[in-house]
Structure formats: C-alpha cells, structure tokens
Design a protein around this ligand. Sequence first.
Ligand code: UD1
Ligand code: UDP
Length: 375
Amino acid sequence: MATTNTTMTRIVCVAGARPNYMKIKPVMDALERRGAEVLLVHTGQHYDESMNGVFFRDLGLRPPDHFLGVGSGSHAEQTGRVMTAFEPLLARLAPDAVVVVGDINSTLACALVTAKAGPLLAHVEAGLRSRDWGMPEEVNRVATDRVSDYLLASSPDAADNLRAEGYRADQVHLVGNVMIDTLFANLERARQSDVLRRYGLTRGGYGLVTLHRPANVDDPGVLAGLLKALGVIAEHCPLLLPVHPRAAGRLTELGVPGGLRLVPPAGYLDFIALQDAARIVLTDSGGVQEETTALGVPCVTLRDNTERPITVEQGTNVLAGRDPERITATVARVLEHPPAPRRPALWDGRASERIADVLLTGGGAATRPRPTDLI
Ligand code: UD1
Ligand code: UDP
C-alpha cells in the first residue's frame, strides 16, 4: 500500500439525499482506514425515515457529525440554504479537502462553497453527461465539475467527457464506481431480506419499477402515459413500484392500473433484494441503471437519454423513452431476449480504495495548483 500523505488529514464528506449514502459510505471507510480524519456533513435534503434513516441503519453509516437540516424547497431555496449553512461550518472545520458525490442540489451547493473557501474539492462521479439541460442534475454535474480539483470518474466515457471539456490530465482520475463497492459489500446481506415474502413475490416472477425524475412525474400527462404502459406490461408481469415521495401525490390523483402495486420507498437492503430477484426493472433512476448492470438484471430506462451510457453499451440497460407504445414494445423485446450482462471494468468493489489512493497518496496531491488554467 502506498504511504499516506500527511498534509491531507481532515476530510469533510457530504451527503444529502437517498442516492448519496451508498456512495459516501465506502469512501469514508477507505479514507479512515488510511488514517484520515473524516467528518460527515448531512445537508438534510432528504429527511423521511424511508428516504434517509433506513439507509444509515442498512449501510452501517454512522450518524452525521454535522446536520444542516435544509429540507425541501425550490432549487434556489434548497441550494441557497445549503450554501448558507455550509459556509460557516466549513470555515470552522477547516478541512484539507471536501468530498461531494453525485449530482443533487446539495452536491452543487457544497461544491460552490468549497471552491471559494479554500479546501481542495473532490467530486465522486465526475464527468457523467446526459447532455440534457432540461435535467436539473445535468446543471449540477457540469457546474460541480467546473469547480472541482479532483474529478473522480466512474467510467471511461465520463473521463473522456472531462478531457474533451478541457480539464487537466492530472485532475481526471478513472477510479470506478463506488455505488458498486457498496452493492457488492451488501449483496449477501440483502439476499437474507424477507422482502419477497412480505410482498408475496417470487424470484423472477415480477418487475420492479421506480419513477422520480421531474420530467416523468411532475407532468400529469406524461405520468399518465407511463402508467398506461405499465398497465399493459402488468397484464403479463406483475409490477411493484416503491413510490418516491416526489411522485406520491400525483400517482394517487391519477390512480394506477391493475397489476401495478404501489408500496412505500424501500430501504437499501430490501431494494437491492428486489432488484436482484426481479425479472425486469423499469426505472428513471441513475443509480438503478448501474446496479442492474452490476447484477445482470434486465433494465429498461424510461428516459430519452442517459448520463450512464456504459450501462447500455456494456450492461443490461435499454433506453425506451417515454412513449407508451415504445415502452411496451421495448419491454416485450427485452423479456424475450434479455441483454447479455457484462460488468464494466473497475466496477469491482474497489473504487473507494482507488479514491483514497488519489486523495491521500501519490506525491503531494494536496499541493497541486487549483484549476485556474482550464477551458
Ligand atoms: C433529488 C435529486 C435527484 C435525485 C433524487 C433521489 C436534486 C435537484 N434532485 O430529487 O437528483 O435523483 O433526489 O431520490 O437534488 N420529499 C419528501 N421527503 C423527503 C424528501 C423529499 O417528502 O425526505 C418530497 C418533498 O415534497 C420535496 C420533493 O419530495 O419537495 C422533492 O425532493 P427534492 O430533494 O427536492 O428532489 P427529489 O425529487 O427527491
Ligand atoms: N433505492 C432504494 N429504495 C428505493 C429506490 C431506490 O434503496 O425504493 C436505492 C437504489 O438501490 C440506489 C439508490 O437508491 O442505490 C438510487 O437512488 P435514487 O433512484 O433515489 O436516485 P438517483 O440514482 O436517480 O439519483
């Protein structure tokens, strides 16, 4: 193992919402194993027990060292509240570096504060691009990368995007996928879950659905079209939909077709168990596209684009868009000819170790110049 760079010892790790917890946990562990002092800051963007608390228990994530409690709001409100709360805290903690993950509003807010405050900034999952500016996450990804010192990419396409955008070679590190670190670390525990029994499901006997992208669930017309497609699919393959709070009200208003069962959001271990045993997964989630690829479970993505093209090129993911007929035709094709699973390189359970290597070892990385000579 390489030697630890003692100039970077205190690291603030940021988490705020459901898809952050499984990304930050292995990074914190890897940094702590090498002697770094790690402080977990939780912004409070997600707060329901089923969107937050259950993940701390399932993942063995320790309680946050600092909680900002920002809650819900418009993009500006939420981003602004995180920035306002994080700025004085960061000044007090005075870490050597801050690690942000993913593409949510909390990611961008803490990145902007860090970039002006002085600590080095590392972005885990850098370089993903949907090239869809209608997606709030795309704005968050591009802007977070722009102010980051360390761009930690999960796939070669992401690293290529960053190089094409003009980032310096010494900023871009292809480290692999931390979400898959957590998946592999917990898969056997997830398989012990009794969630299938609780919902009366059998392995390979159902499809699993998630929907939460604003483009899919905020417009009743679009959501009604998706529900129509799900109703047709459910005639042959019963569907289970753990409901994201963003979609809950609208799903109740519209009503759902027979064969599509709505249940509360699932905890991490239960949801991994549900993916692992599903015949097919239909989703608009970023993380679920990756987990199904790693598990080799067929996935149909209910979007026109993906920032994770490797899951289509190498994994089990097929883009179906949002047109009901195209969705039902795609699902029929996938059920008849499931895509052959192939796990992308570096989705091997060791991405966080490589991140710790980048941040803590290797010749004074902490003294690198800031990215002032970009673009
Ligand atoms: C956020 C992220 C999205 C991510 C998703 C993961 C942004 C811009 N979006 O979307 O990238 O894929 O989390 O799930 O950061 N709500 C609750 N309880 C909660 C949290 C939210 O009821 O614990 C409801 C509130 O009505 C809230 C709405 O869900 O207004 C949306 O929450 P928000 O965090 O703003 O965005 P998400 O849609 O969850
Ligand atoms: N997930 C979960 N319960 C659910 C839905 C998703 O535990 O009911 C997990 C899923 O396994 C993955 C992560 O949440 O690890 C993905 O988060 P989400 O879909 O909310 O956000 P995205 O990845 O789209 O940003």
